[in-house]
Design a protein around this ligand. Structure first.
Ligand SMILES: Nc1ncnc2c1ncn2[C@@H]1O[C@H](COP(=O)(O)OP(=O)(O)O)[C@@H](O)[C@H]1O
Ligand SMILES: [Mg+2]
Length: 291
């Protein structure tokens, strides 16, 4: 399958620091992947996102970028930001910073209007974005009056109206309550399933995202220290909680522990139904008749 993101020998240093914020990053991401990125605060996750969406090098001009990033065939260094924005949609932790119009509908139309698209096309894109994020009922509302979760939906809808092939989300649920966080993550998973959008998400609530992830990245001190399927965590012999500040879900830790103790489990379950199936089938346990 086609690599939609190609990163080679990537290194970036901010002007204010001698130490690179990220370095030696080599990574190819295939179309339709769901990539979860984790790591300690300050390890370089946001910098990594900025390299994919073109803010680096175009906005952070005084820093030094080495290596290359190619998104859907565009070398980010050689193409202007507005071209990259049509390939890579970016959603941040704080949705308010992305919203500026008087109504939700106007906000979502803003990007396509800036592209100078025909009115009918703009209308169709706004409708589709409202539908994909399930916020048709909010179309006339003022974004600044909405809840954090609703605002994040509007921010995602605004980005979707540009029809990006890649969606990069930098801690999109960090400021949300648990229920809104689940809603947002469900919307994102649906986008990938329905629209085949490639998702790259920095997220701490691993118990909610690892089950959807095709790939799990851990960044430590600017370097990529884990890059594999989430089920492969066990093979690395690392203790992510202690070493990399990554909160591996308790369910996953439980099965890692069982495997370490010699229980022959082939694959780590990433959610409760999978875990139940592993216990019942692989371990040969049978429900007692009293249940
Ligand atoms: N705009 C910036 N200017 C200067 N240094 C920055 C900037 N943003 C991040 N850094 C530094 O780069 C390193 C990585 O930060 P960041 O990518 O924000 O990490 P994370 O998102 O994982 O918390 C940190 O040392 C941070 O202080
Ligand atoms: Mg960050």
């Amino acid at each position: 399958m086609e690599n939609i993101v190609q990163i080679s020998e990537l290194e970036f240093s901010y002007a204010t620091s001698k130490q690179p914020a990220i370095r030696e990053i080599n990574l190819n991401i295939k179309k339709g992947e769901y990539v979860v990125v984790a790591g300690l605060s300050g390890c370089g996750k946001s910098t990594f996102c900025r390299c994919i969406n073109g803010l680096i090098p175009h906005f952070y001009r005084s820093g030094v970028m080495k290596g290359s990033v190619i998104v859907d065939g565009l070398d980010t260094r050689e193409h202007p930001l507005y071209e990259i924005t049509q390939k890579v949609g970016m959603v941040f932790q704080d949705p308010e910073s992305q919203l500026m119009s008087l109504t939700v509908e106007r906000d979502i139309a803003f990007g396509p209007e800036n592209l100078g698209l025909p009115r009918e096309e703009i209308r169709a894109r706004v409708e589709e974005a409202l539908e994909l994020t399930k916020i048709q009922h909010l179309r006339e509302r003022a974004p600044h009056e909405l809840s954090g979760g609703e605002q994040q939906c509007v921010a995602i809808a605004s980005v979707l109206a540009l029809q990006p092939k890649i969606l990069v989300l930098d801690e999109p649920t960090a400021n949300l309550d648990p229920v809104s966080a689940v809603d947002i993550l469900n919307i994102i998973e649906n986008l990938r399933a329905q629209k085949k959008i490639t998702v790259i998400i920095v997220e701490h609530r691993l118990e909610l995202v690892l089950q959807n992830a095709t790939r799990f990245l851990i960044i430590h001190d600017g370097e990529l220290v884990f890059d594999d399927k989430p089920e492969k965590l066990i093979a690395t012999n690392i203790t992510p909680d202690e070493t990399y500040g990554v909160q591996i879900p308790s369910l996953v830790r439980l099965f890692m522990q069982l495997i370490n103790e010699g229980i022959p489990i082939q694959q780590i379950p990433l959610n409760v139904p999978q875990a139940a199936s592993v216990i019942l089938k692989e371990l040969g346990l049978i429900r007692s008749s009293s249940e």
